[in-house]
Design a protein around this ligand. Structure first.
Ligand code: G6P
Length: 371
């Protein structure tokens, strides 16, 4: 078993290291002759063109990958996208018809709530595309089409490399829709794809520079709580960072949309409380960056210990960061592939410092097959 863990104490640590490969393998074969190829046989361009609304349904970490997808798909396709927890979707009587595309994301392909959501969508005649990591699992079997994330088997109960692979697959779904609908010119789709193809290398660079994150995690391991703040695609990253810390380290952790600070979370800030902030690129949408700067300033003034994940060369944020974690520059929509990685490493290191089994957190199962 030690060999299978590739020299790591836990499978999860190996799986975190495997993320550049998981992203690269998920892209493999999906771009040919200047076009995105999803699944030629089972979801035709005509069917993609007919889509007038998208629902993304999933649970847990897969749900967070869906939240990232919303920003990309809406931006690229101008289609309305709703992202829902599968357990809520199923019993809410959602409005679906044959021009609705339901994207069901599941690592295992066996999660009961997601499977039931798929069945409900099919009953309503919606088209169902599964994004799944497990060949031949129930959800891809019942879906109309499937896009496999090729992250390889994930042993750690809490998902890491499958999250990055899901986010990647979701971008492919968005680009395929944009291509079919003509909301982006073919050369624009190709350009976006090439940016995506460059991401594995950048994920690898993040992994090479995470040692200080581990040191910081050991320092903060006794903290009673940690808050996470993000905006735009940084918001789902904040939610995922908090989920990892709950799952692995049993620490009270909450992710918030930074714009909601004044509507509650700021009341939680007290002296020394660690707050991890995901900073958008300063070269992306300037308004996002400046809003986040003022959010950090506000919490720091109230005593928060700020841990800031920011793009290399983001000098403006430096004065407000008690700890700065730098990640390479990337297009705004793709940043979650980089910004999530230090948060996974952080949660795993806090858990190990606290003496917990990172692969098998208490009370959790790899796949929840009962509703
Ligand atoms: C469980 C796992 C999570 C996973 C979630 C959804 O809670 O512990 O890591 O994100 O199920 O699983 P799925 O297989 O549907 O992606």
């Amino acid at each position: 078993e030690a060999a299978e863990k590739g020299g790591h104490d836990y499978f999860m640590l190996k799986e975190i290291e495997e993320q550049p490969q998981a992203v690269a393998d998920t892209l493999l074969g999906h771009f040919a002759n200047g076009r995105i190829v999803l699944d030629e046989q089972r979801l035709s361009d005509q069917e993609l063109r007919d889509v007038d609304k998208v629902f993304v349904v999933a649970c847990g970490t897969a749900y967070h990958s869906g939240l990232v997808a919303k920003y990309a798909i809406e931006h690229w396709t101008r289609l309305p996208v709703e992202v829902e927890l599968a357990s809520e979707f199923r019993y809410r009587d959602p409005v679906l018809d044959r021009s609705t595309l339901v994207v069901a994301i599941s690592q295992s392909g066996e999660t009961a709530d997601t499977l039931e959501a798929v069945r409900h969508a099919k009953d309503q005649k919606a088209r169902v595309l599964a994004v799944c990591n497990t060949n031949g699992a129930q959800i891809p079997r019942e879906a109309d089409a499937v896009l496999y994330t090729r992250a390889g088997p994930e042993i750690g109960v809490a998902s890491t490399k499958c999250f990055l692979a899901q986010v990647t697959a979701n971008y492919l779904v968005g680009l395929a829709l944009a291509q079919a609908r003509g909301t982006k010119y073919p050369d624009e789709v190709a350009r976006e794809y090439l940016e995506l193809e460059a991401m594995p290398q950048l994920v690898a660079r993040v992994l090479e520079t995470v040692e200080p994150v581990r040191a910081l995690a050991r320092e903060l391991a006794a903290s009673p709580a940690v808050l996470f703040l993000g905006r735009h695609v940084g918001y789902p990253v904040a939610l995922e960072g908090a989920l990892k810390l709950k799952e692995l380290a049993y620490m009270h952790a909450e992710g918030f949309a930074a714009g909601e600070l004044k509507h509650g979370p700021i009341a939680l800030i007290e002296d020394g409380l660690p707050v991890i902030v995901v900073m958008p690129s300063p070269k992306g949408r300037a308004v996002l960056h400046s809003k986040m700067l003022s959010n950090i300033r506000e919490i720091q003034a109230r005593g928060a210990r700020t841990v800031v994940i920011a793009e290399e060369g983001d000098e403006a944020v430096r004065p407000f960061a008690n700890h700065l974690i730098e990640i390479p520059a990337s297009p705004t929509l793709l940043q979650p592939l980089l910004a999530t990685v230090p948060l996974q490493v952080f949660a795993a290191e806090v858990a190990q410092t606290r003496g917990y089994d990172v692969d098998k957190p208490r009370n959790l199962a790899k796949s929840v097959t009962v509703e």
